[in-house]
Design a protein around this ligand. Structure first.
Ligand code: ZN
Length: 259
């Protein structure tokens, strides 16, 4: 049955089999999405982008920061049901930002931790970012961008070292734009969807979903004070978002099992 949100792409060279397999269903929300990348290709792209991030970024060896990110990240990863090769790093930069790449590679900038304040605050951010991975938002974005072929070639090593511009674009499409110097926000629909999945995920991992509202209020307060956190430059945060989280809270509370 045709789905209103799953249109065929304007790609001449895509084989019929790919088109038939192109619609997938997002977990939790049940939305039908266009997805022309198989999960292993998407994960390979994520791993390649992450290798670049690790090369370009100062890695933090602060034991407390790393322990916190590992502790919260592993619990969310286990609850996500994704069998990825998870890896968590802290980048020693003051940006208030974090991202999770397909394939399970997660980075938190050191500046995020004072705003997160505690495990539940950090769980809010990481559950949202892992929500983008669970929903294959990167693959969906690449599928809509006519970069499917470039992505597949990059993943299979056809481009070798790769054309720097297409690598930068793919890094941005995957959600690591802050590091690649090319911000490319997820769509508003994808952001609301990551909030929805993230709220459910943090609850199932044993973090009180009510703390998500407190966290986003802290982020809003930061933005209103004039210092707009990097996370908000590509993640909309406003009263509508808080209202939507409050609407979804009863559903998430049903899945909340205090750790
Ligand atoms: Zn997001």
């Amino acid at each position: 049955m045709p789905q209103p949100h799953c249109r065929k792409p304007r790609l001449g060279a895509v084989v019929l089999f790919t088109l038939l397999a192109a619609c997938t269903t997002v977990p939790i929300t049940g939305r039908s999405q266009l997805n022309l990348l198989d999960p292993s290709t998407e994960a390979q792209l994520g791993d390649q982008a992450f290798a670049e991030v690790e090369q370009k970024s100062p890695i933090s060896h602060d034991p407390a920061a790393n322990a916190m990110v590992e502790r919260v990240g592993r619990r969310l990863a286990a609850a996500s049901g994704l069998k990825e090769n998870w890896q968590f790093i802290v980048i020693a930069e003051p940006k208030v930002n974090a991202f999770a790449l397909p394939g399970g590679k997660v980075a938190v900038y050191a500046g995020m931790l004072p705003v997160a304040q505690n495990d539940a605050g950090l769980a809010t951010v990481l559950a949202h970012e892992i929500g983008h991975v669970m929903a294959h938002h990167s693959a969906e974005r690449i599928s809509r961008s006519e970069l499917v072929e470039a992505g597949t070639n990059l993943a299979s090593g056809v481009l070798g070292g790769g054309n720097p511009q297409s690598q930068q674009l793919l890094g941005a499409l995957l959600g690591a734009g802050a590091t690649f110097g090319l911000e490319l926000p997820f769509s508003r629909q994808q952001e609301y969807e990551a909030d929805h999945i993230g709220l459910d995920l943090m609850a199932r991992a044993g973090y009180d979903p009510r703390d998500a509202i407190a966290f986003w209020r802290r982020m809003m307060a930061q933005a209103q004070s004039g210092a707009v956190p990097e996370l908000l430059s590509d993640h909309p945060s406003d009263q509508n978002r808080i209202a939507e989280l409050e609407r979804l809270l009863p559903e998430a509370m049903q899945n909340y099992r205090p750790a």
